[in-house]
Design a protein around this ligand. Structure first.
Ligand code: ADP
Length: 169
């Protein structure tokens, strides 16, 4: 019923958020998996009302990461970022819902946990920028690109959430 798509009124080049139903990539990074936070991170998104449409555990490769973090490959911290992201399994998810790109960024919190408010995943569960537990796409275009990188089309499921009449109206 609310599958409209409204453009975000902005002159910014990137369509960061559409205000409509979107999909985004959320990934529990290796520190989050090691510290056994997968369940509670999933629970935060379920409780908020978002719909899980893709989920898998994988060992990220250097090649995947160089595409995922293509804007960061020249940064001095990039080698450490790859070591961190390949240090163990990652749990990658695709969440769908109204304004999910912007809402999940807010739920995850700023990149640097020191700036992340209590109540956000990073603000509650992490301390250092290089061990910040979780990833969430930062724009609608970014989400589309990242979902294609991490998932094959057939791994994403279209299914009806029976409680949408409660969460959307
Ligand atoms: P975000 O993950 O919030 O979208 P970025 O895309 O800027 O942030 O950075 C990607 C990831 O790179 C961060 O989540 C963090 O793990 C790592 N990172 C970013 N900046 C630094 C830094 N200054 N030092 C170490 N690691 C960093």
């Amino acid at each position: 019923p609310v599958y409209f798509r409204q453009r975000w009124p902005s002159s910014r080049r990137k369509t960061r958020f559409t205000g409509g139903v979107e999909r985004t990539l959320v990934a529990v990074k290796p520190d989050g998996v090691q510290r056994r936070y997968v369940g509670q991170i999933i629970q935060r998104f379920e409780k908020r009302g978002f719909k899980l449409v893709g989920l898998k555990m994988l060992q990220a490769s250097d090649g995947l990461l160089s595409q995922h973090y293509r804007e960061l490959v020249k940064k001095p911290f990039y080698p450490n970022l790859v070591d961190y992201m390949t240090s163990g399994p990652v749990v990658a998810m695709v969440w769908e819902g109204l304004n999910v790109v912007q809402s999940s960024r807010r739920m995850v919190g700023p990149t640097n946990p020191a700036e992340a408010p209590a109540g956000t995943v990073r603000g509650d569960l992490s301390l250092h920028v290089s061990r910040n537990v979780v990833h969430a796409s930062d724009s609608v275009e970014g989400a589309e690109r990242e979902i294609k990188l991490w998932f094959e089309g057939k791994e994403l499921l279209n299914w009806e959430c029976y409680d949408h009449s409660l969460t959307y109206k």
